[in-house]
Design a protein around this ligand. Structure first.
Ligand code: G6D
Length: 344
């Protein structure tokens, strides 16, 4: 178990956590960005399984949010505004008419205070940030602590804590793009994915929830038994086409299984499981990824990674019946998502 720290461009620090099994996770203080996750395949070949820039300075304009912590509110807030109490809050419209991923002052581009830690069973980083009242247009002074922990069971545990002195919307997530083929050898077409969910949120052409929930039965969104991600890339189902021929949808988790997502990449034998306390997640298959970004491992292309953005739903600010993003003043926001890696 160890932690290496290195200076990046004289602006940031990168921390690399390594466990006793040869898994390592590298994180920037800037945006809490996960730049690399190195895990072995079935033959013990240790390779990077996430998307990240080859050159650190490219993270300055991280419009794909590679690896980044997302907040105050992950996802899209319709019309870049919400009502709370008897007040309307207007946010930056940084994605068409809507507010995406906390806007220009979002947590993806904050330099977090980092406190590394090392115990017998784990190695990790505690990232803290104070978001001031009015920052990004949101009410309340919010203290946030996100803890990244790597264990000797090859678990990467993301633990999110926050508190606010005013009632305010918050739903935090991490925007890592996974690709279990290793070193970006293949797209994620052949990743087999199972998601413990029977309903997903219908989107309009602006990728804004319509307020309807759609049952997955008989659709390319039925991941209750595992299925190839690629099934949804060429399907003429309206919702896949709206997302740019893929997935960019919030799934309501049934929490029937003790594991909410399982991902398998047959060629390498790598397996990733996801367990979360969150009520749902956005499945995003990099449908909008540009074709020419210089990534560690090669040039970017469509479908090169898959995100599982565990979170509540900002649709709850405009529709009844969606997992709420409201944190009451003085209450504790506490959520956890654990990614576990193995091979077979
Ligand atoms: C696109 O719609 C998608 C988002 O879900 C994603 O987070 C972003 O690209 C990186 O806007």
């Amino acid at each position: 178990m160890n932690i290496e720290t290195k200076d990046v461009l004289g602006m940031w620090k990168e921390y690399t956590l390594t466990n006793d099994l040869g898994m390592s996770v590298s994180v920037l203080d800037y945006g809490g960005i996960i730049t690399k996750i190195i895990v072995p395949d079935r033959n013990g070949n240790r390779e990077n399984v996430v998307l990240g820039y080859k050159n650190y300075q490219d993270y300055n304009q991280n419009s794909n949010y590679f690896g980044a912590l997302i907040g105050r509110v992950g996802g899209r807030i319709q019309g870049a505004s919400f009502e709370l109490g008897n007040k309307t809050y207007n946010l930056a419209a940084n994605n068409g008419n809507n507010h995406l991923h906390g806007g220009p002052e979002g947590f993806h581009q904050v330099i977090w205070e980092v406190a590394p830690f090392l115990t017998e069973e784990a190695v990790g980083l505690s990232l803290t940030h104070k978001s001031m009242d009015g920052e990004g247009g949101y009410p309340g002074n919010i203290d946030v602590t996100v803890t990244y922990t790597l264990t000797n069971e090859n678990e990467l545990d993301l633990n999110y804590l926050a508190s606010s002195d005013q009632t305010s919307p918050i739903t935090l997530t991490n925007h890592t793009y996974f690709n279990l083929s290793g070193s970006l050898k293949n797209t994620v077409h052949e990743h087999r994915v199972a998601i413990d969910s029977s309903k997903f949120v219908e989107l309009d052409k602006e990728l804004i929830p319509t307020g309807n929930l759609i049952h997955v039965e008989g659709t390319p969104f039925d991941f209750r038994d595992d299925r190839l991600l690629g099934d949804g890339f060429n399907d003429d189902t309206e919702q896949n086409k709206i997302a740019g021929n893929g997935y960019d949808h919030y799934f309501i988790l049934d929490h029937i299984s003790d594991t909410q997502v399982t991902v398998q990449e047959p060629a390498s034998g790598r397996v990733m499981t996801l367990k979360t306390t969150q009520p749902g997640l956005v499945l995003y298959t990099a449908n909008g990824l540009a074709e020419d970004l210089n990534l560690a491992g090669g040039l970017s292309r469509k479908y090169l990674g898959v995100c599982f953005e565990t979170q509540a739903s900002p649709a709850s600010l405009h529709h009844e019946g969606f997992p709420s993003v409201i944190l009451q003043a003085g209450e504790k926001y506490s959520e956890q998502t654990v990614f576990t890696f193995s091979s077979k």
